[in-house]
Write a protein that binds this ligand. Structure first.
Ligand code: NAD
Ligand code: UDP
Ligand code: UDP
Length: 324
């Protein structure tokens, strides 16, 4: 790529699950990538293969603190995404979303960079409208255990739009729906990683509630494609824009598919439904289709085996280390 086309791109949360795939794709496109991460849920293993690439650098840094670098684009992904992790230190979760957004917006304001916020379907809370369009304002409990994440992300969206209105910043807000794939943290407590790890280890599959709640699962490669398209869209496209796969499954169906695909002998065990667990979730992706020409094309039948292979290899690595 000619140097003129090479952009300096900052990815916060770049050592995490989605962030590390985004770094890969940006480097493949020939950009100069700075990954900023405090390694709360991110792992060096996710980006180890990039060490030695002259166009990749890592800064260990907490986005709650100011950051001075010179960049053309910022993808702000820093924030734990799994309920177990974001509820571990809820005050820090809100700070990460709010102080992190302020600092990254300040950085964008000073450098003139385009800035994209990784928002979430959680801004819709436990929705009364199905599927959820971007125009829906949501039903979020402001004082529950999920609120540190939901309200933090909602406040970050507010900040993005106020920086646009007040300072004219070129902003992009993506509302990401449940995404899965290789490099999810094996202990992060999210449903896809939990079920696969349990099935591969022949442990009981922990189904919360009656398993009739629904989610729509997007494979990580599709999401990364959507994020890059959104960043490349004209300045007047700010979002918020839903990015997700509209194919909806009950959590029970997911458990059964994981058991079948791993040929596991695990049995399903029922555990209480966590507080404020949304009953249904499915993105309305009409805007993403029309404005970005984007669709999630990877079916669960294709993405799940790739994810299972990843966790299988993680387990094999840890077993071979244990026998050394
Ligand atoms: P992840 O936990 O794997 O990645 C988050 C990364 O942010 C980690 O590397 C973590 O160490 C880093 N981080 C956390 N706090 C930080 C801080 N204060 N300073 C610097 N780095 C910090 O989660 P993910 O699934 O890759 O999610 C990435 C982003 O996408 C998050 O903002 C999340 O809210 C959003 N999102 C993800 C999903 C999903 O299903 N994966 C759905 C909706 C939204
Ligand atoms: N900021 C940063 N990097 C920069 C510029 C600003 O981290 O390159 C931080 C800065 O510390 C400030 C925040 O971004 O707290 C918001 O910046 P802004 O210019 O909007 O506000 P101000 O500095 O006027 O408070
Ligand atoms: N879930 C489950 N068993 C698990 C983990 C999660 O039944 O071991 C359920 C959870 O109650 C929720 C759904 O799966 O209804 C998705 O949970 P996850 O934590 O992955 O994401 P989120 O609730 O944020 O969509």
């Amino acid at each position: 790529m000619k140097d003129l086309l090479r952009k300096r791109v900052l990815v916060t949360g770049g050592a995490g699950f989605v962030g590390s795939h985004l770094c890969d794709r940006l480097l493949e496109q020939g950009h100069d990538v700075i990954c900023v991460d405090n390694f709360f849920t991110g792992r060096k293993a996710n980006i180890a293969h990039l060490a030695g690439d002259p166009f990749f650098e890592v800064i260990r840094h907490d986005v709650c603190l100011p950051l001075y670098v010179e960049v053309d684009e910022i993808y702000n992904l820093a924030c734990p995404a799994s309920p177990v992790h974001y509820q571990h230190d809820p005050v820090q979760t809100t700070k990460t979303s709010v102080h992190g957004a302020i600092n990254m917006l300040g950085l964008a304001k000073r450098t003139g960079a385009r800035i994209l916020q990784a928002s979430t379907s959680e801004v819709y809370g436990d929705p009364e409208i199905h599927p959820q369009p971007e125009s829906y304002w949501g039903r979020v409990n402001p004082i529950g255990r999920r609120s540190c994440y939901d309200e933090g992300k909602r406040c970050a969206e507010t900040l993005f739009f106020d920086y646009r209105r007040q300072y004219g910043l070129p902003i992009k807000v993506a509302r990401i729906f449940n995404t899965y794939g290789p490099r999810m943290h094996p202990q992060d407590g999210r449903v896809v990683s939990n079920f696969i790890m349990q099935a591969l280890s022949a442990e009981p599959i922990t189904l919360y509630g009656n398993g009739q709640q629904t989610r729509s699962f997007c494979y990580v490669d599709d999401l990364v494609d959507g994020l890059i398209r959104l960043m490349a869209s004209p300045d007047e496209v700010t979002g918020p824009i839903n990015l997700g796969n509209p194919n909806e499954f009950t959590i029970r169906e997911l458990a059964e598919r994981v058991i079948a695909q791993t040929s596991s002998e695990s049995e399903i065990c029922f555990e209480p439904l966590p507080e404020d667990d949304p009953r249904q979730r499915q993105p309305d992706v009409a805007h993403a289709q029309k404005i970005l020409g984007w669709n999630a094309t990877t079916e669960l039948a294709e993405g799940l085996p790739k994810t299972i292979d990843y966790f299988q290899s993680l387990l094999e690595q840890s077993q071979s280390k244990a026998t050394l």
